[in-house]
Design a protein around this ligand. Structure first.
Ligand code: FMN
Length: 214
């Protein structure tokens, strides 16, 4: 996809049902419209992010909150998080795609956010206030869900797209978009119509981002 331009798009996906995945269908529609950009992919079902546990959490606090020099072993405990963070920082546009799991994002996706939302790297805190460090960049989230959360009594159960949007806002992204394809486990006609609407939305966002000013 490289055409001599330095624009970079990072696709972060958790779609372990592969070709049967509703989420992947929407994501692929977006990818199909990408122009003049390098594309890098991170498959969270294969390259699973680390969780913060005793050693790496301690190393993170000492390095990034207390500003201390940490040992080679401590650095090593943060290596995967650092790699994923650098990868995100190198991208102008990030697309995160996943199905809703238990009203939120799948654990691997949450672990990715925890891995890349490192103090001093994608956000910072100074004089008691927080600031995002990813200004000028664009983020899109694609979620598919069995139920419907657009309105009605289930709207307040939705913690997938709303959480992702908040994470990107906290990191300072300038243009944050989201697609939530609901009704994937309901009536076939509703599923197909919602899928079709989401695919059109994905194409339209990609056309706006890649086909204009390029
Ligand atoms: C483990 C698991 C948890 C799920 N939790 C929810 C949920 O809380 N709410 C919902 O609406 N759908 C839920 N679903 C349904 C999926 O979000 C839905 O089928 C989605 O479209 C699957 O995406 P995929 O086709 O990309 O795999 C769940 C599915 C699985 C497998």
């Amino acid at each position: 996809m490289t055409q001599g331009k330095s624009l970079k798009t990072l696709i972060v996906q958790y779609t372990p049902r592969n070709e049967r995945s509703n989420t992947k269908k929407i994501l692929d529609a977006f990818i199909g419209e990408i122009k003049n950009s390098n594309i890098e992919k991170l498959d969270l079902a294969k390259d699973v992010p680390d969780l913060f546990l005793e050693d790496n959490l301690d190393a993170y606090i000492h390095r990034d909150y207390l500003g201390e020099t940490i040992s080679a072993e401590q650095k090593n405990s943060l290596a995967k998080m650092d790699r994923m963070t650098e990868q995100l920082k190198s991208a102008d546009i990030v697309v995160v795609a996943y199905p809703m799991n238990n009203f939120s994002m799948p654990a691997a996706v949450k672990a990715w956010f925890d891995s890349v939302m490192l103090k001093g790297k994608t956000w910072d805190a100074k004089n008691g206030s927080y600031m995002g460090l990813m200004n000028g960049k664009k983020a899109l989230t694609v979620v598919s869900a069995g139920g419907n959360y657009e309105n009605g009594p289930m709207a307040s159960w939705e913690h997938a797209l709303s959480l992702t949007n908040l994470e990107f806002k906290f990191m300072g992204y300038s243009d944050i978009r989201g697609i939530l394809a609901g009704g994937m486990n309901g009536e076939e006609s509703i599923k197909l119509s919602n899928l079709d609407k989401s695919i059109k939305q994905a194409k339209s966002i990609a056309q706006e981002w890649y086909h204009k000013n390029n």
